[in-house]
Design a protein around this ligand. Structure first.
Ligand code: PGA
Length: 242
């Protein structure tokens, strides 16, 4: 399975910066991995237009569970699909923290993504306190059990919260341990289908640690925040993918 390197731009980027970044990505050919960028909602139309007919896919950073209706400020999965998105991140820890998203809401968003024909990228991961207490596997398994529908088909991203935006990463062994548990949980839940789910690692992935992280068994790619805002660093990470 090809690895997936996905860029989560978060709440960053002007129209001009987005165009510069998309232009730089569209020239890149022959990568050994799949590439996805997830700009803020306001930039999706522009970025999707620039990346049309290129191998670089475009996704959203969140979606509402409903297709339409009285939900001020929200965006539906159908709206993302109409703009040319093929994927959407759901349950990112910043959504869980800033907006109080629960696992049940995340599961509803996963269903919405699938309904709209998008690939859901479901984020899970423990806090520093949970890691200190040795609870990371239990936390991640619990999030998967409550966030994934029984017929889940999509991508899972393991993102330890304490590694996001901090420059700190777990050791390769620690990443492998959690990813093996994620794989086991997926197979328990989905049967053989659980073997083909890509499990991304996210949290301070940079050009200088990407090769090591992407080599870890059961790591099916990376979800990249800060380093996805520059074409040079994002493409350096992509080139490190197997
Ligand atoms: P980071 O963010 O690469 O800036 O740590 C990753 C993420 O939140 O997806």
């Amino acid at each position: 399975m090809r690895q997936l390197v996905a860029g989560n731009w978060k709440m960053n980027g002007s129209c001009r910066q987005a165009a510069t970044l998309a232009e730089a990505l569209r020239g890149e050919a022959g990568l050994a991995c799949d590439l996805l960028v997830c700009p803020p909602f306001t930039l999706i139309d522009r970025v999707a237009g620039l990346l049309l007919h290129t191998p670089v896919a475009v996704g959203g950073q969140d979606c509402h569970a409903q297709a339409q209706g009285a939900h001020t400020g929200d965006i539906s999965a159908e709206m993302l699909a109409e703009l040319g998105c093929s994927a959407v991140i759901v349950g990112h820890s910043e959504r869980r923290q800033d907006h109080g998203e629960t696992d049940a809401e995340v599961q509803a968003k996963v269903r919405a993504a699938v309904r709209a024909g998008l690939t859901p990228i479901v984020c899970v991961g423990e806090t520093q306190a949970q890691r200190d207490a040795g609870q990371e596997v239990a936390v991640v398994r619990g999030q998967l059990a409550a966030s994934l529908p029984h017929d889940f088909a999509g991508v899972v991203a393991y993102e330890p919260i304490w590694a996001i935006g901090t420059g700190r990463t777990p050791t390769s062994d620690d990443v492998e341990t959690v990813h093996r548990h994620v794989r086991a949980a997926l197979v328990e839940r989905l049967g053989q289908g659980g073997r083909s789910v890509r499990i991304l690692y996210g949290g301070s992935v940079k050009p200088d640690n990407a090769a090591e992280l992407l080599r870890v068994p059961e790591v099916g790619g990376a979800l990249v925040g800060g380093a996805s805002l520059s074409a040079d660093s994002f493409l350096a990470i992509a080139r490190a993918a197997a």
